[in-house]
Ligand binder design. Structure first.
Ligand SMILES: C[S@@+](CC[C@H](N)C(=O)[O-])C[C@H]1O[C@@H](n2cnc3c(N)ncnc32)[C@H](O)[C@@H]1O
Length: 223
């Protein structure tokens, strides 16, 4: 039901050449009813939880950026694990919702567009987390989105992508449009090193194919 409305909004906006406007309409229309947001599980993404369990025991003082934070569950998880978190979303209604939901939060929630990056976010974060946002952007916007995310990572820092996956010859279907591995190559072409690429089916019913990919920005050696 909620996915149907999201697809309808995405289609309407895309047909008029506006790939970004439907997010605000969706959140504003939902008016606080999370069941009307198809991706709002109201819990942190389980693949982020397990990745943090395995990779980030020591995080005090480390800065994390959550791209397309939605209703804030992943941002709050990172803050609870000790990161100093900035989380942004293009939808002002989503950011207001996060601030209401987590009135005492330590997270810095910001309404902002990935394609108009705040200058102070460049080279500023030890961890950049993107969960399921690239896949709701049309393919022609993904290279610029990837390039913007890469700019935010500090040398030695990591970038984590969690997304739906498919084979190149599978039909992309309707929003969310699962990614192919080739969609992610630009992270490496933009200067990151691939650390791990996990391609798996999750435990949903029916199981969904997911990619969980970690990159690291090399530390430039002084000549
Ligand atoms: C599929 S949702 C995923 C939300 C959240 N990451 C989650 O997993 O629940 C994609 C999110 O990206 C946001 N978004 C889309 N385009 C964006 C942009 N250009 N800049 C910032 N956020 C964007 C949307 O508003 C939406 O909240």
């Amino acid at each position: 039901m909620s996915r149907g409305r999201a697809r309808e909004l995405a289609k309407t906006f895309l047909e008029r050449g506006d790939a970004k406007g439907w997010f605000e309409s969706l959140y504003a229309e939902a008016d606080g009813a999370a069941e009307r947001i198809p991706w709002a599980d109201l819990v942190p993404n389980p693949h982020l939880v397990s990745w943090l369990d395995e990779n980030h025991a020591q995080v005090e003082g480390r800065r994390a950026l959550v791209v397309g934070c939605g209703l804030g569950d992943d941002a709050e998880l990172l803050a609870a694990r000790g990161f100093d978190v900035t989380a942004f979303d293009i939808s002002a209604a989503a950011i207001d919702w996060c601030r209401r939901r987590y009135a005492d939060s330590k997270v810095n929630y910001v309404a902002a567009d990935l394609f108009e990056l705040h200058p102070e976010w460049r080279v500023a974060f030890h961890l950049v987390v993107e969960v399921n946002t690239l896949q709701v952007l049309p393919p022609e916007l993904r290279p610029a989105a990837i390039s913007a995310m890469v700019k935010c990572v500090t040398p030695g820092g990591s970038l984590l992508v969690i997304a739906r996956g498919r084979e190149p010859n599978d039909e992309p279907g309707s929003m969310p449009w699962p990614l192919i591995k080739g969609d992610l190559e630009l992270f490496v072409q933009s200067g990151l090193k691939l650390i791990s690429f996990e391609d798996f089916f999750d435990e949903e019913e029916p199981p969904v194919r997911r990619f969980r990919v970690q990159y690291r920005k090399p530390i430039e050696e002084k000549p």
